[in-house]
Design a protein around this ligand. Structure first.
Ligand code: SAM
Length: 473
């Protein structure tokens, strides 16, 4: 029997328990992409790791009803930015993966398209597009993890479609057509995005599949692309007709420019000015081993990324997969170049002096030494996840105006049976950097569950939370 202490985590819980509160209005659909499925524009590209536009508006109305400048350092497909812009906010986002950036920029391009011309192009596509069987110039180049993702026929269609797009004269329409194909890759393929991996349907005939997985209907290319093009056209034509918040919206909000930076927040945030943003709303990758570069591999190859480039993106991501190597030297370098070694030292020292953090690191090491974790790199991932998040939180504090709020969506995790209270540890870092912990809003949990407690017997459901931190005046 190994003796594992959770005393430091319990102490942290006791310190913050008065700020942990269930918000009955927060449900899984609001905090995930689910609620976007019925929202015009937001439903175009299914980014399963996204949150909903309603969540963004809910927190803006709650904490900062008048517009200002909002930052999302993990922008994904831009839910924060688009939702805030509808309320007349200035917006800045950072996103590492070209997947989110392509989706977001396509949406911006689509806003300026001539709708009549777009409709004509759709009609002309319906009559003029034909599948050519031979000598199709190849537009799709696979990487090892995507080979065989489409049937031969679907891949021919894709290549023909992309060739057809190259001949569309109007650049905006060309972009929207390409985006339409980008958005249907999953449903026309043998794969399903499944958190850590791409899951393969049995029809792909991959011999290594342990259990027979049936993803359901695999859509024919033509049916799927026609449906997507019509959806894009209709949403552009009818706008936000289904938005309950419409009465609050300023019709001129589209004149606001959406500012998106592609790259890593760890590198870009240190270059921002002090006390600049009025509000931060974000959801970093969770500490849950989800590998976006694998689940979005089809979209990455569609955008022309090769094996090497995909691996580089994986390493640049915030450490949330077991493959991520530590970035401490890179971070040191960034701060040295900016003549801010003091900041680097401060963040590392706050991380190292966090007792609950050290308890988690020690416990995971112990479990690993006894071979009780199902992957030996979990301790490295957890350690680096929190260290990198400490840098992000420091920067969030620095760039926020006094009196400004930061809202973060994240889930707690469990490894080797040990609960890692991501909400408490990150909030503790935030407080050490100067934030006030306003609230840890949690989602309502199943009946009779003790997720509000820490250190209780049994396996409680892990807290799913939205943390609100405030920079004092
Ligand atoms: C949970 S998702 C955010 C989704 C977003 N809220 C939305 O609704 O679309 C986290 C995002 O962080 C991005 N990301 C991961 N590491 C990053 C880094 N170092 N810098 C910037 N973005 C990063 C991922 O690509 C992913 O899109």
């Amino acid at each position: 029997m190994i003796k594992i202490s959770n005393a430091k985590r319990v102490t942290l819980f006791e310190n913050y328990q008065n700020q942990i509160e269930i918000d009955p209005k927060l449900d899984r659909t609001l905090v995930s992409f689910q609620a976007n499925k019925k929202e015009n524009f937001y439903r175009w590209f299914k980014y399963k790791e996204g949150f909903s536009k309603r969540l963004v508006k809910y927190f803006l109305f709650k904490y900062h009803p008048s517009p200002g400048h909002i930052l999302d350092p993990f922008a994904g497909v831009g839910s924060t930015l688009f939702a805030a812009r509808e309320l007349n906010w200035d917006t800045t986002g950072i996103e590492l993966l070209p997947v989110g950036v392509f989706a977001l920029e396509s949406r911006i391009v689509s806003e300026a398209v001539n709708l009549d011309k777009f409709k004509q192009e759709i009609d002309s596509f319906k009559t003029n597009f034909h599948l050519v069987q031979n000598n199709i110039p190849k537009k799709i180049s696979h990487i090892s993890i995507t080979k065989g993702a489409f049937s031969k026929e679907t891949e021919n269609y894709l290549n023909c479609f992309l060739n057809y797009c190259s001949n569309i004269y109007n650049d905006k329409i060309k972009r929207i057509f390409k985006f339409a194909a980008f958005s249907i890759l999953e449903e026309i393929s043998f794969t399903r995005k499944d958190g850590q991996y791409l899951r393969w349907d049995y029809r792909a005939n991959k011999s290594w599949g342990k259990t027979k997985f049936n993803k359901g209907r695999i859509y024919p290319f033509i049916e799927s692309i026609n449906k997507k093009l019509i959806q894009l056209y209709q949403d552009l034509k009818f706008g936000n007709g289904n938005d309950l918040f419409t009465q609050f919206e300023d019709n001129k909000s589209h004149s606001k420019k959406l500012n998106i930076l592609q790259g890593s927040s760890l590198k870009l945030m240190p270059k921002f000015n002090n006390d600049f943003f009025d509000f931060i709303m974000t959801s970093p990758p969770y500490c849950n081993r989800y590998d976006y570069t694998r689940t979005y591999a089809l979209e990455l190859i569609f955008l022309g990324y090769n094996d090497e480039q995909v691996k580089n993106l994986r390493q640049e991501m915030l450490s949330c997969t077991v493959e991520n190597k530590e970035k401490i030297k890179i971070l040191k370098n960034i701060y040295e170049k900016l003549n801010r070694t003091d900041v680097f030292n401060k963040v590392v020292s706050i991380y190292e002096s966090n007792e609950a953090m050290q308890e988690v690191n020690n416990v995971l090491k112990l479990l690993n030494d006894r071979k009780l974790l199902n992957n030996s790199n979990i301790p490295r991932m957890v350690k680096n996840y929190f260290l990198e998040m400490a840098f992000i939180i420091f920067e969030m504090y620095r760039v926020l105006k006094k009196g400004g709020y930061s809202v973060m969506v994240n889930d707690n995790v469990r490894y080797g049976g040990q609960e890692i209270p991501v909400d408490l540890i990150l909030s503790n870092f935030a407080v050490n950097f100067g934030f006030e912990l306003e609230k840890i809003w949690t989602l309502p949990v199943g009946k009779g569950n003790s997720s509000q407690q820490m250190g209780n017997h049994g396996r409680s459901e892990l807290r799913k939370c939205v943390y609100v931190w405030r920079k004092p005046e």
